[in-house]
Design a protein around this ligand. Structure first.
Ligand SMILES: Cc1cc2nc3c(=O)[nH]c(=O)nc-3n(C[C@H](O)[C@H](O)[C@H](O)COP(=O)(O)OP(=O)(O)OC[C@H]3O[C@@H](n4cnc5c(N)ncnc54)[C@H](O)[C@@H]3O)c2cc1C
Length: 378
């Protein structure tokens, strides 16, 4: 750690070195391999990236949301999928740290913050995405604990996660009221890993699924009881939503930097491409979108961090705008690169897939409009 930095902060130099040596040169291969080697998460843990949201007293870095935005934007500049893969893990650390009455709090947190164990968030199911309270994975009480049955889909970190935060229905038909959260070791008999999925790109996110075939867990593995768990899940998602904005900023900033350099160095019709007004204005518009997305994101980060009234709506505006700005801007920057923009060796094609993902992660763009419209009309 750089001694000049405040307690808990991430050493910016170490982070940039990690991205330059461990992420950027390998991201293209991860795309082909459909996964990030586990060792990369170990390296990430060494510089504190698995402990960002845990309190300092628990071995974490205890970063506030505006600081987290900076860190995640920087990682996404290198690789968006890998950046997102760290979010459910860090969010789990925060949730465990806040659960003072959870029996295994200290032992579990120690494994998570050191990166010995990686975490995942299991809410979405093949038939329940936006309408998350309609999940059908069940938790049936037994003499010794709970029996889990059902399937989860679109889970980040599916190939590597060791500790699963599983949302399951304890009282079918009761909607969000009956949903509880459980901590499940991925090695538990009856827990089956599915995937990784084949997608448009950005496979470093590690999307896949899990099936629970009568997986037996103990009574002491309930993290949040029915009546509390669903609200807590929505709070976790609300926070992660701001970090998804940060990822959108990272990929957009990268695309603009790549495109700007390219049009300055390439010549056509006796001048730099950067001297063609059509391209100058195209990239000037991307720059304006980036600036606006940055302002909305920081606004949302402060609103959630300080628990300001209307923070859900503020975040919805930021998420909707940042996701749209990122997909539109990536496409425009690729256009400025000409055909070369399509090459896997440029980060833009990979990041275009990542930008599209920001429209679904932690609530779709339409789900943000539901929140905004409710504030307008109801
Ligand atoms: C790469 C990736 C990683 C993910 N990681 C995780 C994870 O770690 N854990 C997890 O639990 N989930 C994860 N998700 C799931 C994500 O949260 C869902 O994709 C998201 O909630 C949307 O659900 P869905 O994809 O099932 O779309 P659906 O709910 O089927 O919706 C389909 C379309 O209809 C729209 N729609 C739905 N309802 C309405 C409405 N009322 N009004 C207007 N439009 C509507 C949606 O916006 C969407 O465009 C991940 C998703 C992706 C793509």
């Amino acid at each position: 750690m750089n001694q000049a930095l405040p307690e808990g902060a991430i050493d910016d130099l170490a982070l940039r070195r990690f991205l330059r040596t461990e992420v950027e040169p390998h991201a293209e291969h991860w795309e082909h391999d459909r996964r990030v080697p586990r060792a990369v998460f170990d390296r990430a843990a060494e510089i504190g990236l698995c402990a960002l949201m845990a309190p300092y007293e628990d071995g974490g870095r205890g970063l506030r949301l505006p600081e987290l935005v900076d860190v995640f934007k920087t990682i996404a500049y290198g690789d968006m999928g890998f950046a997102f893969a760290l979010i459910p893990h860090n969010n789990l650390c925060a949730a465990i740290a806040a659960s003072d009455d959870y029996a295994h709090r200290d032992a579990l947190l120690a494994r998570l913050v050191t990166g010995e164990a990686l975490g995942a968030f299991l809410l979405t199911e093949p038939q329940a995405g936006t309408h998350a309270s309609s999940i059908s994975t069940t938790a049936v009480e037994t003499a010794t604990g709970w029996r889990l049955t059902g399937e989860k889909a679109w889970i980040t970190n599916a190939p590597h996660s060791d500790i699963l935060r599983v949302y399951a229905q304890t009282e079918p038909g009761s909607g969000s009221r009956g949903i509880a959260a459980f901590i499940v070791e991925a090695s538990t008999p009856g827990v089956i890993r599915l995937g990784p999925y084949d997608m448009l790109g950005s496979h470093s996110i590690g999307a896949g699924g899990f099936r629970f075939e009568d997986a037996e867990i103990g009574t002491d593995q309930m993290l949040s009881p029915p009546g509390v768990a669903y609200r807590a899940a929505m709070d976790s998602i609300g926070l992660a939503r701001v970090l998804v904005c940060a990822l959108a900023l990272g990929v957009l900033e990268r695309a603009l930097d790549v495109a700007t350099e390219r049009v300055k160095s390439r010549h056509a019709f006796g001048a730099r491409l950067a001297d063609q007004q059509g391209l100058r204005w195209l990239l000037a518009d991307v720059s304006t979108d980036l600036e606006a997305a940055r302002a909305l994101t920081m606004n949302a980060a402060r609103a959630i961090d300080e628990d300001l009234p209307g923070s859900m709506v503020t975040t919805a505006h930021a998420k909707k705008f940042a996701a749209r700005a990122a997909t539109r801007g990536l496409e425009q920057c690729m256009q400025a690169l000409g055909a070369d923009g399509l090459r896997q060796s440029h980060p833009l094609a990979r990041h275009l897939a990542g930008a599209k993902m920001t429209h679904y992660l932690d609530g779709s763009t339409e789900a943000q409009n539901l929140v905004i419209a409710k504030a307008l009309f109801d």
